[in-house]
Design a protein. Sequence first.
Length: 693
Amino acid sequence: MKKHTVSTRGLPSRPSSNRIAGLWFASALVLLAAGAQAAPSVSRLTPPSELFASGRAAPVIARFLPGQRFDLQATLRPDDASKSITKASFALDDKPVALTAALRSCAVGCLPAVPVNASIATVRAVSVLQPGLHTFTVSGEQSDGQTVMAKGNFEVVPLLKGGQKVKNIIILLGDGMGAAQRTAARIVAGGYAQGKVINPLAMDTFPVTGMVKTASLNSVVTDSAPGMTGYVSGNKNNNNEEGVFPDDTVDAFDNPRIEYLSEYLHRTQGKALGLVTTADVFDATPAGNAVHSSNRGAGTGIVDQYLDDRKLTGLTVLMGGGRKWFVPSTTAGSARGDKSDYAFSDTDAHTADIVKRWGATPGKLDKDRDLLADFETAGFAYAPDKTALDAIDPRKTERLLGLFAHSNMNVALDKIDGRRSKQNGVGGRVVDDYGFPDQPMLDEMAAKALAVLENQKKGFVLMVEGASIDKQAHNMDTERWMLDTIEFDRAVRLAQEFARKRGDTLVIVTADHECSGAALIGGSRVTDARLQELVREGGSSNIRDKVVGIYEQAGFPKYKIATDGFPETTDIDYRILVGYGANADRYEDLRTNARPLQDGQQPFVKKEPLSIYPANPMARDVDGKYLVTGQVPGDSAVHTATDIPLSAFGPGAWSFTGVQDNTDVFFKLAQASNGVVLPEGLMLAPAKKTAKR
């Protein structure tokens, strides 16, 4: 006779109402245990659910749009090493899922903590049309006939009728940009007169601003991967994971998937996708719009997915750095490698169903692939520098690829310095050292992206990232992140003007998280010449005590803005001063650093001239002998759990008021694009005839 058990994973302990009841309950447990038989269990159930984890029905963790696709998965463990799981199936709202669950053994390829005789059951690309709260269950059978069942829940969020429908969505994401970063850019670029801003930032002129909670699935402090995917999947991801729920395998590309906004709108409305970043294009923020991986660092497979799965995402424009992933491994500077690639086996249903059910490309371990050539063969016009980008005629261009650096692009301060130096007939220092003196600014990339995407008759989703606001905040390089925020705002202004002229485009400007705990602590009380003298004298008694002005001593720093839109110099008299609340140890002299820190993602960072750049904040500004003790270990400032601002412009903007979760933003964006032709929902199998849910 089969013994049916309910998985006790996460069930709350039973409280005793009084001492007698407690003794009775304890005695009953002893008697049950004496005759009880060990039972199989469910250790993981996906989508994530508090009903499974804790026994509580709320809060609901996983939420989806009507028809949005996602995977069901469970890890089932036998009760001892001599047994195995022989069967598994799923049900939705107590109705069997009419799809066979792929059962994968953990004999190989699972995490060390998972028993080798455990099995992972998966059903790919499920969707439900009916709005409301739904339950799902997994049922498994062990080799001795014992069965186990576990239950979870999720919500399908309705798309409401009414409201102006938008054709295009532009997401402008300042990576790491909290309120302090926005304020610093306003002070530097806009200036103040008797407490009033002279020239406001573009993002400050958006009519609606709210606050966003940024926690990931497994931490109050997110990294950029789930920080981005929350906005475009409607669900929490673990840190370092993109477009997937966590699982118990070591394969970075086989995790349970969640359909992205780009995939959903391309499938249902035919919209195109554009991704523009100042980072390496494999980086978490751009990849978190189109790529499904549990390892944000698996660069070869990530960039391959961009091209190979463009039929799912509608990818039409891709611009940023990252050329090292696009050239064969035999090319100097290439980062391609089979260890960071993927290939789905057609004999393993666990991964074969990603191809069959999702329509994904099988992939291939092909470190010597010329991905750049493959993009061009697929019809993408290619721009290796600003000159080539300027020459591209958007009226004759359907698809566009721009790769302007080996890895991350140089930051605004160094690109502007390079342009100004070139105009004066001298070298561009940093950009020359990196070998890419002709890089576009973010607004120039965004302008070309919009010009190409405007050809899309069914509309588009465009994500534009100011990536090094975060990267330079990690480095505690104040002037570099401030100028990158200004560069980002210039792209914001361009998107705002595009939306204003058309009237059918929703624009949001936000961040994935705050970085470094930046705080505008005041202003310098001395001229730059005097500051340099104090630096030579050294120590906190000179650089801090004689310089830092707080409250009214801070005054209004006055930066002179050049015709290119950036400060003529950041080493001004009575400059703005910034402190950090999530900082590592560093030396500080309160002046602009001539060179950025070494970027470990650059392929030639260990060769001159890049090898002579400061390796970390403790190797910079040493002569001033002013050590600022950090609050975190290591040599980098870190992300914080602080809420971040979101501003919105265009049709649907007013829905972004108040305090909201980052996953809420996804549903508001989808609502603005309401008018979708909903796909068929999951087919269930009742007794007589198939019903659509």
